[in-house]
Design a protein around this ligand. Sequence first.
Ligand SMILES: [Zn+2]
Length: 111
Amino acid sequence: MTPPTGEAGGAGWISRGDRPPRCLSPHVSPPTSHCERLNWTAPDRWLFDGRVLRWTCDCTGSFYELRQAGGLRFIRWTLREQETDVIRVSDPWPAKVADAQWTALLMGHLR
Ligand SMILES: [Zn+2]
């Protein structure tokens, strides 16, 4: 039996049976057809590392963190390369906007 894919309503997490059981953090969903692009930039000096509020699983070698620095929040993207980590950050947003962006990212509407 194949379970329904849960496409209806756009809710629903894509659960993946092939993930190792150590995955306790969420994974980002694959980008949707109308996925919007975030403006990723290399971290600038003005940007404090901030405090990590939420994060995704790092089992794929690429993970995202929602961080708070000062009164703003931003998303930090780490891509694990063989030698070094490639770090990219989003624009900073007010908390409400950042939380919505984070949710969109997890749902595959933003990347
Ligand atoms: Zn994982």
